[in-house]
Design a protein around this ligand. Structure first.
Ligand SMILES: [Fe+2]
Length: 509
């Protein structure tokens, strides 16, 4: 395939042909919508398990298993009774003959016939396989893993973020599905709400923005139509947070009603516990044995307006929970799962142009990071999405004071597919950002992919995995570069073997 999904739509419109249309256009029948989606590479699993299976939030004795029954994924309502019984089983082997847990649950229309099964009584640090059955039909088999306890010599996981369906094929998920991983972390922008594609001339042709629960359900169902995304879910357990586009860009038009619909649709499509469909519990603290503490942050649900007195991105309750965690932390790697840039980002002249990031909450950031330092928390690594570009930067309690200590490293990952700035803009942007931000070590914005973290007791390694071409659903993946952080040594350094690779900025000191 040599055209992007967006290019396919543009070409069809330019030719006056409606054979390729935006599948969520409200002018299409369900059958036409499915056909349009197929033209853009969507292929669902067999009904009723069209959207696949997933597992998530692994604990030492438990994982949550997810599926959603949607025989017609793009329809407004599903041709199903209000309640459908779903059987599930968990086995120790891929052939599903050594069953260790099983049960039944109800898929109900109120939550889009989604199910979230919290399976307990499992062994720590073990691989398991699972499957659902409903209406006489088996789902595909998923694979998952429980968290280990005690001494752990290595953890290997990937992060994904920003997967605009229209912007390209998801070769990055194709690769994630095939990586040897303990788990996957999603950093947000799992779906995009906009009428495709935000302001370009085909907007009218491409269909409407999501506002209602039904709109967001269809959007998630379309995204789950990408076979690589379903493969990545079926291959590994996921931890998830969200950013803005699960609702609307920067929450600009996020009316209370719109939030409720978007939140519920997100809940219905994610393998998460603690089911409050319209107010999901996103933040959580998890452990991978004694090696890694994972702190998942919710930077959307509880925030105030930016740049106002007392502005908070965390909300009071989450902030005290975070600070308590910092004070009581065990000796391990500490990873914050953070949807949007923590580090300061100034432009020439000193302005901070992105108040939607932590920059709009600078007093709170300083307070939280100062507490990290005074509590003596070491080995902090922050992983972040949102920017559609890779950044590596030092974290300091006060970014404007170079005598302020480095207390951690932030890695912003490339996007799965969502467009960043173009190469010409990035060639200018990289050095400009580097000059204005002395804590910035590395910037690369011309590529797409995911970060892979390989962590041992002595060293954290972040591999920037990039695809060759967004126009190819199975584009090969390579490692652009690798950064390391040594245990007990704040700050990162680039692997010598890849230090000469393409980038728009590298700090030379
Ligand atoms: Fe994004």
């Amino acid at each position: 395939m040599n055209l992007n999904r967006r290019d396919l739509l543009r070409a069809a419109a330019a030719a006056g042909a409606l054979g390729v249309a935006w599948p969520l256009s409200d002018r299409l029948s369900v059958a036409q919508a499915q056909e349009a989606a197929a033209d853009l590479g969507a292929r669902w699993d067999s009904a009723p398990f069209t959207l696949g299976v997933a597992s998530g939030d692994p604990l030492p004795d438990s994982v949550v298993l997810w599926t959603r029954l949607a025989p017609q994924p793009l329809a407004d309502t599903q041709p199903l009774p209000d309640t459908v019984e779903v059987e599930w089983l968990v086995a120790a082997n891929r052939e599903l003959t050594r069953i260790v847990a099983n049960g039944r649950t109800a898929a109900v229309a109120d939550v889009g016939h989604s199910v979230h099964v919290e399976v307990g009584g499992l062994e720590p640090g073990r691989r398991y396989y699972y499957r659902f059955r409903a209406l006489g039909i088996d789902s595909r088999t998923g694979r998952t893993r429980t968290a280990p306890v005690g001494p752990v010599g290595r953890v290997r996981f990937a992060s994904a973020n920003c997967q605009s369906f229209i912007d390209g094929y998801w070769a990055a998920h194709h690769a994630i599905a095939r990586e040897d991983l303990d788990f996957v972390v999603h950093l947000g922008d799992y779906v995009y709400e906009f009428g495709q594609a935000g302001g370009h001339p085909l907007r009218d042709h491409e269909g409407p923005e999501a506002f209602t629960l039904t709109d967001y359900r269809r959007r998630h169902a379309l995204y789950k139509g990408d076979p690589s995304l379903r493969d990545a879910h079926a291959a590994h357990p996921w931890f998830v947070t969200w950013d803005n586009h699960e609702v609307v860009g920067d929450y600009g038009q996020a009316t209370p009603q719109r939030r409720l619909g978007a939140y519920q649709a997100w809940y219905e499509h994610m393998p998460i516990r603690d089911g409050h469909p319209t107010a999901p519990q996103v933040s959580r603290r998890r452990y991978w044995g004694d090696l890694l503490e994972l702190t998942v942050l919710d930077l959307r649900q509880y925030r105030s307006a930016p740049n106002v007195p007392g502005a908070t991105i965390l909300g009071a309750e989450q902030k005290s929970w975070l600070e308590q965690g910092v004070r009581q932390a065990r000796d391990s790697w500490h990873c914050w799962v953070n949807s949007i840039m923590l580090g300061q980002l100034r432009v020439p002249g000193g302005h901070r142009p992105y108040p939607d990031q932590w920059d709009g909450f600078a007093d709170e950031r300083k307070e939280v990071l100062t507490n990290v330092h005074t509590a003596g928390l070491e080995d902090l690594v922050v992983i972040t999405g949102d920017w559609h570009s890779a950044f590596v930067q030092d974290i300091r309690p006060d970014f404007d004071d170079l005598t302020s200590p480095v207390i951690g490293t932030e890695f912003l990952a490339h996007s799965i597919a969502s467009s960043g700035y173009g190469p010409a803009a990035n060639a200018v942007l990289g050095p400009v950002l580097g000059l204005a931000n002395p804590h910035l070590k590395y910037f690369e914005g011309n590529r797409y992919g995911y970060d892979l973290y390989d962590v041992t007791p002595d060293r954290w390694s972040t591999h920037l995995r990039v695809i060759a071409d967004r126009r190819d659903p199975v584009s090969p993946v390579s490692t652009l570069t690798t950064f390391h952080v040594d245990r007990g040594e704040p700050g990162s350094y680039e692997d010598r073997a890849t230090a000469g690779s393409a980038a728009q900025y590298r700090r030379l000191w």
